[in-house]
Ligand binder design. Structure first.
Ligand SMILES: CC(C)(C)[C@H](NC(=O)Nc1cc(F)cc(F)c1)C(=O)N(CC(=O)NO)CC1CCCC1
Ligand SMILES: [Zn+2]
Length: 184
């Protein structure tokens, strides 16, 4: 199982790489993607997270475990601990997005960044994603709000973009005109 030591930390150069499209969805790729999802599931289970010292994560991109592969996992439970969003995406692409932007009022963090970096990260409020699933079947996801933020945060990792690249240096805490905070 993946644990905290397997997560690559800033400033490892792989976090700044535009990672490669997956040409062949072979067994190794599928098992690596499943391990990424498992990390997220384990990290949100209080007992397991405690036992293995896992930081509770809701999304993980392949370069964060040192893989030069365009794939990501998202796993978000609702307040009853039921899986609300559970995705393993291969070669994901944004097909369309809203003009309206959104942001997490508390800013963002990253499993690959150990220190806090305060500031708002503006992202599209709604996005439509096309990707392949682990069987190579095309999937289309329409996301808004918190899920849209998580997916865009992970997509950035596939292009070597870190969340703090998107914080305005002059007015880090200032919401952009027309941007709406994510409602939980
Ligand atoms: C960096 C960290 C703080 C661990 C962040 N966790 C997180 O958002 N946890 C969370 C949020 C909830 F709303 C409810 C809940 F149960 C747990 C996270 O996993 N990521 C993923 C990451 O670093 N991927 O590369 C950072 C988030 C910042 C915005 C989107 C993802
Ligand atoms: Zn991250």
């Amino acid at each position: 199982m993946l644990t905290t030591k397997d997560i690559v930390r800033d400033p490892d150069p792989i976090l700044r790489k535009k990672v490669a499209e997956i040409e062949k969805i072979d067994d190794e790729t599928v098992s690596q993607l499943k391990e990424m999802r498992e990390y997220l599931v384990n990290s949100q289970n209080e007992e397991t997270a405690e036992k293995y010292g896992l930081r509770p994560g809701v999304g993980l991109a392949a370069p964060q475990i040192g893989l030069d592969k365009r794939m990501l996992a998202v796993y978000m439970e609702d307040e009853d601990g039921v899986a609300e969003h559970d995705y393993m995406l291969i070669n994901p692409k944004v097909k369309s997005h809203s003009v309206t932007e959104t942001y997490l009022p508390g800013g963002e963090g990253c499993l690959s960044v150990d220190e806090d970096v305060p500031g708002l990260v503006h992202r599209y409020q709604r996005i439509k994603i096309k990707a392949l699933d682990t069987e190579g079947k095309p999937v289309e996801i329409k996301a808004k709000g918190h899920l849209a933020v998580v997916i865009q945060h992970e997509l950035d990792h596939l292009d070597g973009i870190m969340f703090y690249d998107r914080i305005d240096e002059d007015m880090p805490m200032e919401p952009k005109i027309g941007a709406r905070p994510v409602e939980f």
